[in-house]
Design a protein around this ligand. Structure first.
Ligand code: SD4
Length: 294
């Protein structure tokens, strides 16, 4: 059995299609998720990931990414990286070619150059225009978090299961116009992603500060370990966040999970949540419920 899931309508469409194409070409699961996220990072129309995404408050792009292998609990991540794509590939190199879990900022970029990544300018004309517009009208920031002029503006987090092995991965430019140096949940193992072949895997997207404080992906995976179904596991985490972390409703927070049998669940603090699900070669977009006040 093979299951691959990816968050959000437009970005998840690009990432899940590329991941499936990679699998058809014989790529292993980690490589398929890496290629999925890399395709999205290189697509300038997707504005919360990679090239041409929404800048920070200095008008710079700072990217975060992570990957975790459920079989070995190996993990790699990078955060606050400027001028390098795809950062998901860099996160994987940290996992596979260093004894560390995470490299940050300028030193992550230095590692990228050592590894042969080409430095490049990730700011597109559209990204600069968005930044200029925000500087004139900073009160519009909330519109950017999940919809910018109806353009896709969300992080991609993915989970895959193949022959009993789970992989989780995420890539993002973080919250729009964030304070320079700010890091969210996506590159943090246990917050943005978690995978353990003995239990299952979980991922998150949304308000990274709140998801991190909730250790959202680890908590959801531990809910699976306690015997909950993936849907129950996600709902427990989201209900906890709604009750204890009111800010998790201002900017929606989402968790999703997969058990070892490939069963899926997801829940959000606000607004229904679209998740691409690829199962044995078929791809469909499912919608999961919000548990918060409408
Ligand atoms: C962050 N969780 O950096 C990310 C943002 C996100 O859809 O998921 N946006 O906080």
């Amino acid at each position: 059995m093979e299951v691959i899931v990816a968050t959000w309508r437009e970005p998840g469409d690009v990432a899940s299609a590329a991941a499936m194409a990679a699998r058809r070409e014989g790529a292993d699961l980690a490589t398929a998720l890496e290629r999925g996220l890399a395709a999205a990072e290189l697509d300038p129309s997707l504005i919360a990931i990679g090239l041409g995404s929404v800048p920070n408050a200095d008008g710079e792009l700072e990217l975060d990414a992570s990957m975790m292998i459920g079989k070995t609990l190996e993990a790699g991540a990078v955060c606050g990286v400027r001028g390098i794509v795809p950062v998901i590939s860099l996160a994987r190199r940290v996992m596979e070619r260093t004894p560390h879990v995470m490299l940050a900022g300028e030193q992550a970029r230095r590692f990228a150059l050592e590894q042969g990544f080409e430095p490049r300018n990730l700011l597109t004309e559209n990204a600069i225009a968005r930044y200029e517009e925000w500087r004139l009208r900073p009160e519009r920031i909330k519109e950017y978090v999940h919809h910018v002029d109806d353009k896709p503006s969300d992080t991609i987090t993915m989970i895959g299961l193949c022959d009993g092995e789970l992989v989780a991965a995420s890539s993002t430019s973080g919250l729009p116009f964030k304070k320079p140096g700010r890091i969210g949940d996506s590159p943090i193992i246990g917050a943005g992603i978690y995978a353990d072949d003995e239990i299952g895997a979980a991922g998150a997207t949304g308000n990274g500060e709140e998801l991190w404080k909730a250790c959202a992906s680890f908590r959801t995976t531990m809910n699976l370990r306690a015997g909950m179904s993936p849907q129950e596991a996600c709902e427990e985490t989201i209900r906890h966040m709604i009750r204890r972390q009111p800010k998790s409703i201002d900017i929606p927070c989402v968790v999703f999970a997969m058990d070892r049998q490939g069963k899926i669940g997801a829940a959000s603090t606000k607004h229904p949540f679209p998740l691409w699900v690829c199962r044995d070669g078929n791809r469909e977009l499912l919608e999961f419920p919000s548990l918060g006040p409408e």
